[in-house]
Design a protein around this ligand. Sequence first.
Ligand code: ADP
Ligand code: MG
Length: 280
Amino acid sequence: MSDLLDRIRGALVGLKMPRALEALDHTLQQLEKGEITAIEAIDTLLSEEYPTRETRRIDVALRTAKLLPAKTLESFDFSFQPSLDRERIAALAQLDFIRRAEVGHFLGPPGTGKSHLATALGVAAVKAGKSVYRATLADLIDALSQAEREGRLVEKIRFYTRASLLIVDEIGYLPITTGGANLVFQLVNARYEKGAMILTSNRGFAEWGEVFGDPVVATALLDRLLHHAVVIQIEGASYRLRSHADLIPEHVRANAPITPPLPPKRRGRPPKTNNGASDH
Ligand code: ADP
Ligand code: MG
């Protein structure tokens, strides 16, 4: 008996199950007194350990995946975004698209919850044990360019193809050089039909030629990114601006700033300096 107990203790130490080890004696006493059944004893020991370990695993995976601050589907207010089909998001949250190596696109103006939904799906995937990585397109291109300069491009692309879900956020905000577009193409090509992606963009596909600075590369990219794809278009108001809607001019609200606003034009002559005259 004591040999057996020593072996169990040794195994719990080896398996790094300190909480179960700590609970062992008490659980055995309860078992001997007939207060719990054998199956309950096993359950007690495992549930001392598992939730803590699972929480830790998820914390580490979320950090590694760059999914912090984490978002959830439960915290998404669907009533704020009536154009969005809740059922389609729920279907994505089943995560079969990851197994099928499909591409999910979230399109819409700024503040409509594209990044929130992409992150929430990433978090759900991490909880389900999938490997996930998230980056903005700008960061991705920076990392790929740097790797290329250092002769490590193949490794870097391999790194980005390893995750079963790659989230590429913020396509369309920043201009991309031809070199950058080519690197993105290499990455997309490497993942094509092998790994799932979620992309978010404030620009329609028709504008990708402009976004990637090259219509040929954009066409080749879209060819792969739309082959097995789910496209979710969000048409609505910015959640960020919801409490300031009255401060934003109607034409901006209706047609959220897809291109940055031009700097205000100065009318008339530039103000003279040192003449004491006011501009009013
Ligand atoms: P986008 O990526 O479309 O520009 P985000 O997903 O970053 O917008 O949303 C901006 C902020 O508003 C985030 O903090 C996000 O969590 C929050 N948010 C956006 N839409 C909703 C919503 N419908 N319900 C709850 N929070 C939302
Ligand atoms: Mg965003």
